[in-house]
Design a protein around this ligand. Structure first.
Ligand SMILES: Cc1cc2nc3c(=O)[nH]c(=O)nc-3n(C[C@H](O)[C@H](O)[C@H](O)COP(=O)(O)OP(=O)(O)OC[C@H]3O[C@@H](n4cnc5c(N)ncnc54)[C@H](O)[C@@H]3O)c2cc1C
Length: 375
């Protein structure tokens, strides 16, 4: 029951040689670490990925499966906070990343679009502002007033055409096969206690919200947050064509190709106790998910999977990507603030480019130095 639905399909073990020194050791076998390793190997460096658990058993195999462009903040808010040019560049780059993700995803990705819903008048005003900002800057977005397929009632929505639905566990397992074919080694089920233990010239920290204890300064900059998700039996009726999310992303659900509903969220029902890296489901949140499922469907279907996952939140909702200040040969890509499927893919590539010595303007926006005070 507590195995995430995404990881509940058979997978062959990876046979790689994980002994000896390497150019780069990566901590974290999620989307970030795996795509980073793949790019490093393609760039000519030897790489090994370390994880305390199995491939994709962190947030990458435990999320809602939404593959969204942009950052964790609304686009209009991102323009005000990060600057108009930076926000535009970030959204454009994530759209490109979605295209690249699709090109390697096979059947683990469906380009469905996504629907961002307004649960009340205030949220309607907020998402209307986002819609207008997207339009002004030439991004595809459609406004929807009529939402007859939905109960409870919602007061409008933005349809985002570039977005999609990801089977994230299958996707990351697929990435590891590509990486292994390029010579990347994987060392699973072995906790890294210290960066000095890694027998590598350089280290990339790709632990999103679960890397506590690796670097003291990182513990202050990326805060762990828990999300909880449930999956139902396959339903015979097709109710939702694309991922839906409401209440500023606090509630999210989608219907998979086989009819199952994946529903997550309601973190705000117990917001302080959900600021934790304890990966367990809790009664108040599970009850809220069940109650919302009944509201959505009008009945309670069988729930086949219930799980929790940990993601990394940052103060400005932007990830930290690049060199860790004052620590030679140490890099990071983490802190996607609950928005790490596409962003994690992009930032895994980005940190690999940085290690390979390639300049990229995105690295300025994501610079770790803005939040990491040297320990
Ligand atoms: C419930 C939930 C729902 C979400 N929904 C969405 C969504 O729908 N769309 C979206 O875009 N994003 C979503 N996210 C966020 C997204 O899942 C993450 O941001 C993304 O998966 C991060 O990937 P990652 O590879 O950086 O980190 P992770 O996948 O978390 O991988 C980090 C790995 O590091 C390993 N690790 C940590 N410390 C050590 C150590 N000391 N030694 C060895 N290994 C270590 C962990 O075992 C873990 O496997 C959600 C997250 C959660 C938890």
């Amino acid at each position: 029951m507590d195995t995430p639905f995404w990881l509940d399909e058979p997978t062959a073990p990876l046979e790689t040689d994980s002994q000896g020194p390497v150019d780069v050791a990566i901590i974290g076998a999620g989307i970030t670490g795996c795509v980073c390793a793949l790019q490093l190997a393609r760039g000519g460096l030897s790489a090994r990925v370390h994880d305390a658990r199995g491939i994709a058993e962190g947030a990458s195999g435990r999320n809602g499966g939404f593959a969204l462009r942009g950052g964790a903040a609304r686009y209009d808010v991102a323009r005000e906070t990060y600057g108009a040019d930076a926000a535009k560049e970030l959204w454009r780059r994530t759209e490109d990343a979605l295209d690249r993700l699709e090109s390697v995803a096979g059947d683990s990705f469906r380009r469905t679009g996504s629907l961002r819903l307004a649960a009340d008048e205030e949220e309607r005003g907020d998402i209307r502002a986002e819609y207008e900002a997207l339009h002004e800057d030439g991004f595809a977005a459609e406004w929807r007033d009529e939402l007859p397929h939905l109960r409870p009632e919602f007061l409008g929505a933005i349809f985002h055409p570039p977005d999609g639905s990801l089977q994230p566990g299958r996707f990351v397992r697929g990435l590891t096969k590509l990486a292994a074919a390029e010579g990347v080694a994987f060392r699973e089920h072995e906790h890294v206690a210290s960066l000095d233990d890694l027998d590598a010239e350089q280290v990339v920290i790709a632990t999103d919200g679960s890397g506590r204890g690796l670097l003291p300064e990182l513990d202050d900059a990326v805060w762990p947050a828990r999300g909880q998700v449930i999956t139902t039996e396959p339903l015979s009726e097709r109710l939702f064509d694309c991922p839906h999310y409401a209440r500023h992303g606090f509630d999210y659900w989608q219907q998979l190709g086989d009819g199952r509903i994946v529903l997550g969220g309601f973190r705000d029902f117990s917001i302080l106790s959900e600021m934790t890296d304890e990966e367990t489901t809790t009664e108040p949140i599970q009850e809220a998910l069940d109650a919302f499922l009944v509201e959505l469907l009008g009945y309670m279907p069988e729930v086949t999977h219930r799980w929790a996952g940990i993601f990394g939140l940052t103060q400005d909702l932007l990830p930290l990507v690049g060199r860790v200040p004052s620590r030679d040969g140490t890099w990071i890509a983490a802190g996607y603030s609950g928005h790490g499927n596409v962003l994690g893919f992009m930032c895994g590539e980005l940190v690999a480019s940085a290690v390979l010595g390639r300049e990229d303007s995105m690295l300025e926006l994501f610079t770790p130095a803005r939040l990491l005070v040297s320990g």
